[in-house]
Design a protein around this ligand. Structure first.
Ligand code: PMP
Length: 433
C-alpha cells in the first residue's frame, strides 16, 4: 500500500492518467494507450468529444443543478422522451439516477412497490443468474451471482434465488437447445420451490459483461424467461447497464431478440464517461400503479440534474449523427473475424463470444478439453499487464462461477475505425505471444 490517501488504488505502480482523445489515452510519462475497453465499457463515444464538451459548457452557463421537487427541467423531460423513443415506446417511463447500481436498485424497489400496491407484499423475492453482476449497493449485490462478493453482506443483501446461466461453450447437454430447455426447467423449478407467489421478478443481463466475459443468451432462452414471468405473474427486469446504449449494435441488447422487459436498468454508455448519469426505464402501467398507491418511495439528490441530462442528450446526438450503431455492427463484425483469426495462432484462446463491440475472449490451458488455467496462474491479470505494457487496455476477469476460467472483454468505443481494430489486434497478438 502506498501512502496515497486514495482508498481504492490497487497498485503502487499504476500510471497516472494525463489526457485522452477518441480511443487514445496518455499518461503523465507520455506513454500512449489504446483504450480497447472504453474504460469500464463506459466511454462509448470515445474520450473528449467536442460536441459533448460544448453541450456541457452550454448547460453549465445556464444551470448545473436544480432539485427535482422544486423545478421541472426541460432537458430532463427531453432526454426522457428520447430514451422512450429509443425503446420504440415499449418502455414509456424514465427515472434518472447516477450509477448502474442505483438503476438496478431502483428497479428492485419499483418491482416490490408495484406488488405492494396490488396487495401482494409477499412478492419481494428475485430470481437472478449465477454468474452475474448487478452492482455493488446492497440490493444490487443481492442479485449478483458471485458468492464471494455477496457472502460477507448476506444478512443485509436479501440474496436472490440463483439459477444457472446459459453457457454456450461448456454446456453439458447434447445440444444448445437441450441446454436451454434444461436451464428453463431449472428456473421454473426454482420459482415453484420458492413459491411463485413470492417472486417479484426475474433479472437478466441479456449479454453478459464483466461477470461472464460476453456470454450470450439465445432467442429461446429470452422467450422462455418471458413466458415464465407471464406464467407466474412476475416482472422481467433486464440489466442493460453495460449492454445498453448501442454497445451491441442496437440501442438495447434486448432488441436483438424482440423480447422486451418490464423494467430496464441503463447506465455506463448513457453518460459515456462524461458525467455520471443512469436511468431506470419501465412500462407506464407499472409506474401508474405505483403512483396510484402513493408514489415511488425512492430518490437521489443528483437524480436527473440538468447537467447530467444535457450530457446524456449530447451523447445520444453524437451516436445518431455519427451513425454509431452501424459502425458498431460493422467494426464489431471485423473485430470478431480478426479475433477468430487470432485464435488459429494462439491455442490459449478457447472461446470468443459476444455481439457488436461487446466481444469476450475466454482463455484456456487446453483448448480441446476446454480446460481453464489454474486460478493461481492468474492468466487474466498476466495478459492484462502484458497488454498494458504494450499500450493496450483490455477488461479482464476470472470467471465468477468458478467453473470457467479467465476471460477478457474487447469493447472499444463505438467510434473505432477499421485501422484502430487492426492496431488492437496487433497489440493483442503481441501480448498473447
Ligand atoms: N450492472 C451491470 C451489468 C454492470 O456491468 C455494472 C458495472 N460493471 C453494474 C450493474 C453496476 O454499475 P455501477 O458500477 O455504475 O454502479
Amino acid at each position: 500500500m502506498s501512502n496515497n490517501a486514495l482508498f481504492y488504488l490497487t497498485s503502487e505502480t499504476m500510471p497516472v492518467v494525463s489526457h485522452a482523445d477518441g480511443i487514445h489515452i496518455w499518461d503523465t510519462d507520455g506513454k500512449h494507450y489504446i483504450d480497447a475497453c472504453s474504460g469500464a465499457i463506459t466511454c462509448n463515444i470515445g474520450h473528449n468529444h467536442p460536441a459533448v464538451k460544448n453541450a456541457m459548457v452550454e448547460q453549465l452557463d445556464k444551470i448545473a443543478f436544480s432539485y427535482r421537487t422544486q423545478f421541472e427541467s426541460q432537458v430532463a423531460l427531453d432526454l426522457a422522451e428520447q430514451l422512450v423513443e429509443l425503446t420504440a415506446g415499449e418502455l414509456d417511463k424514465v427515472y434518472f439516477v447516477g450509477s448502474g447500481s442505483e438503476a438496478v436498485e431502483s428497479a428492485i424497489k419499483l418491482a416490490i412497490q408495484y406488488f405492494v400496491c396490488q396487495g401482494q407484499p409477499e412478492r419481494h423475492r428475485f430470481v437472478s443468474l449465477r454468474p452475474s453482476y448487478h452492482g455493488s449497493t446492497l440490493g444490487a449485490l443481492g442479485l449478483t451471482g458471485y458468492e464471494p462478493l455477496e457472502a460477507p453482506f448476506r444478512s443485509v443483501t436479501q440474496g436472490s434465488i440463483k439459477v444457472p446461466s446459459p453457457d454456450l461453450y461448456r454446456y453439458q447437454e447434447s445440444s444448445v437447445e437441450e441446454h436451454i430447455t434444461s436451464l428453463l426447467e431449472q428456473t421454473e423449478q426454482a420459482i415453484q420451490a420458492a413459491g411463485a407467489e413470492t417472486i417479484a421478478a426475474i433479472v437478466l443481463e441479456p449479454v453478459g459483461g464483466a461477470s461472464t466475459g460476453g456470454r450470450m443468451v439465445t432467442q429461446a432462452y429470452m422467450e422462455g424467461l418471458r413466458t415464465l414471468c407471464d406464467r407466474y405473474g412476475c416482472l422481467f427486469i433486464m440489466d442493460e447497464v453495460l449492454s445498453g446504449m448501442g454497445r451491441t449494435g442496437q440501442w438495447f441488447a434486448y432488441q436483438h431478440f424482440g423480447v422486451a422487459p418490464d423494467i430496464l436498468a441503463l447506465a455506463k454508455g448513457l453518460g459515456s464517461g462524461y458525467y455520471p448519469i443512469a436511468a431506470m426505464l419501465a412500462r407506464g402501467s407499472i409506474v401508474e400503479q405505483v403512483s396510484q398507491g402513493g408514489g415511488f418511495m425512492h430518490g437521489h439528490t443528483y437524480a436527473g440534474n440538468p447537467l447530467a441530462c444535457a450530457t446524456g442528450q449530447a451523447v445520444i446526438e453524437v451516436m445518431k449523427s455519427e451513425h454509431l450503431l452501424d459502425n458498431c455492427t460493422q467494426r464489431g463484425n471485423e473485430l470478431r473475424e480478426k479475433l477468430e483469426q487470432l485464435a488459429l495462432k494462439h491455442p490459449s484462446i478457447g472461446n470468443i463470444r459476444g455481439i457488436g463491440l461487446l466481444q469476450g475472449v475466454e482463455l484456456v490451458q487446453d483448448r480441446n478439453a476446454k480446460k481453464p488455467f489454474p486460478a493461481s496462474f492468474n492468466a487474466y491479470a498476466k495478459l492484462t499487464e502484458l497488454a498494458k505494457a504494450r499500450g493496450l487496455l483490455i477488461y479482464p476477469r476470472r470467471s465468477l462461477d468458478g467453473l470457467a476460467g479467465d476471460h477478457f472483454l474487447v469493447t472499444p468505443p463505438l467510434t473505432v475505425s477499421q485501422t484502430d481494430i487492426d492496431d488492437i489486434i496487433d497489440l493483442l497478438d503481441g501480448s498473447l505471444s
